[in-house]
Design a protein around this ligand. Structure first.
Ligand SMILES: *Cc1c(COP(=O)(O)O)cnc(C)c1O
Length: 503
């Protein structure tokens, strides 16, 4: 018996029963042995795919005795870079690198080099860093409705290290505010099953109960169900504009109105949409209002390091008021290390990344973002028209530029494997089984959309002619989504990270 047959036999079990059986089964020596063997096999496969440089480059498990020359180090890095670059540069990657033009990259690198020693924690030493961050927040606030709110909200925020940190910060704000102002000691937050994993992470880190709500057939959270789950412990409701998996827009207007009526927080997760949605609106595309113009929206996350075209490592979290932002801050009055405060999770931070983010926003300007958005959305229309010509595939929901596809007749993961064989690096998703492509400026290059459709047609034809291929990722996806023992899947994911950290 192997894991697949076990999962096939027990797939009908309710979740809680499966969890209990899983715990007991793991204690049976025979089962434990079977699992250990399966895990060992998996680790070998993982290490093989995660560490392709094992025999190509010298390994450094400990400090070298004496320092290695700059030239040699740079040379090695250049070799790795050249091995990795072509795939994203030529537009084979979903999301990942959002701009990628050499001139833009060179410019950001110059800015980084000028600012590499700065640290916004030392605001007295580096007023440049604080200028950049204040202006980044202000520019994003202006994109998100400042000056157009019914209550003349000031809008405040901070720069963070990424979407996850922006979300962690906002969730902490709502937990602490509810405790302080309403005495809530068992906080709950209401999120869609499709909300980004960062909310789940925040719930785990900060001890918050997550109430997960299903999505409807358009992959938007079910508003009626959200309404039914609001109670005295609810600290905030979350909506995505759009969601990561299917690029669907939750009904932010209705959701934020519910939050407004109950005097609880509402967070618009605009990590992915922040630098597309405002410009799409200006360009006349049909996009809903998702920002602070809605009176119930009390916070937003907007990723500068995605469609803001900054280098990786920056995002913005915005709040309706300064009072809300205060719940994010940390201040220590008694530490012998001195009076200490910090706005976000980190202490010392890379000022150079904020500088590069600021520079990216200034260099793009409103016209630059409008143009970029227009070409991404036009490419998306072309890609979707191409997908609609393939009868075996179905576009999920009514997306703008994050395009998820499923299939009723083929194993979609086998199609994904075929695309991988043809160099593509797309996102495999599950529950339900599908994959997506997040279109970026890389895909607006001439010929890329055509190549995507052509490869997709080939892949579908191949899977149709040769169904049930047992190699590639398809069997692993299949197993992972059908396994009733989620603890086992979680163990595998953790082992994956162990493999990442193997020298
Ligand atoms: C990317 C993303 C996040 C989290 O972003 P990181 O920058 O990877 O931490 C959160 N929500 C959505 C919708 C996203 O697309």
């Amino acid at each position: 018996m192997n894991i697949e047959t076990i999962s096939g036999k027990l797939g009908w079990l309710p979740k809680s029963t499966a969890r209990m059986i899983e715990k007991r089964m793991k204690k049976i020596p025979k089962v434990k042995k079977l699992l250990d063997e399966e895990n060992a096999k998996l680790m070998v496969t993982l290490e093989h795919s995660l560490k392709p440089y094992k025999d190509k480059f010298e390994r450094h498990a400990a400090l070298p005795k004496s320092g290695i020359s700059h030239e040699k180090i740079l040379n090695e890095i250049k070799q790795m870079q050249s091995l990795e670059e072509s795939r994203w540069r030529d537009g084979y990657v979903s999301g990942g690198i959002y701009h990628g033009n050499q001139e833009h990259i060179d410019f950001l690198n110059k800015v980084y080099a000028l600012q590499s020693q700065t640290n916004p924690l030392h605001s007295d030493l580096f007023p440049s860093a604080t200028k950049f961050e204040a202006e980044i927040v202000s520019m994003v606030a202006n994109m998100m409705g400042r000056g157009k709110t019914t209550d003349n909200a000031p809008l405040a925020g901070t720069v963070t290290s990424g979407g996850t940190e922006s979300i962690l910060c906002a969730v902490k704000v709502y937990r602490d505010r509810a405790r302080e102002e309403k005495g809530v000691s068992h906080p709950e937050m209401i999120v869609a099953t499709t909300a980004h994993a960062a909310f789940d992470k925040a719930a785990q880190y900060f001890g918050i109960k997550q109430v997960k709500i299903n999505v409807d057939k358009h992959y938007r959270v079910n508003v009626e169900e959200v309404k039914r789950h609001i109670n005295g412990n609810t600290v905030c409701i979350v909506g995505s504009a759009p969601t990561f998996p299917h690029g669907a827009f939750d009904d932010i207007e209705k959701l934020s109105y519910l939050a407004f009526k109950h005097d609880i927080g509402f967070h618009t997760d605009c990590c992915l949409g922040g630098f597309i949605v405002p410009f799409a609106e200006k360009l006349g595309y049909k996009v809903p209002v998702v920002d602070f113009r809605l009176p119930g929206v009390t916070s937003m996350s907007v990723d500068t390091h995605k469609y803001g075209y900054a280098a990786k490592g920056t995002s913005v979290v915005l709040y309706r008021t300064d009072e809300l932002r205060h719940y994010q801050y940390y201040a220590s009055t008694e530490w012998p290390g001195g009076l200490y405060n910090s706005p976000t999770l980190a202490g010392s931070r890379p000022g150079a990344l904020s500088a590069a983010c600021w520079a990216s926003m200034l260099a793009m300007g409103e016209e630059g973002y409008l143009k970029a958005t227009d070409s991404i959305l036009k490419t998306a229309k072309q890609v979707m028209a191409g997908i609609r010509e393939i009868p075996e595939l179905k576009i999920m929901g009514d997306p703008l530029w994050i395009i998820a596809v499923e299939s009723e007749t083929l194993n979609i993961y086998e199609v994904l494997d075929q695309m991988t064989q043809r160099h593509w690096n797309l996102n495999g998703l599950h529950k339900p089984a599908c994959f997506h492509i997040a279109l970026t400026l890389r895909h607006t290059q001439p010929g890329v959309a055509e190549r995507f459709i052509q490869d997709l047609k080939y892949s579908v034809a191949h899977v149709k002619a040769n169904p049930g291929n047992k190699s590639g990722m398809a069997p692993i996806y299949g197993m992972a989504s059908s396994l009733p023992f989620r603890g086992m899947v979680s163990d595998i994911l953790k082992r994956y990270l162990d493999a990442v950290y193997k020298v």
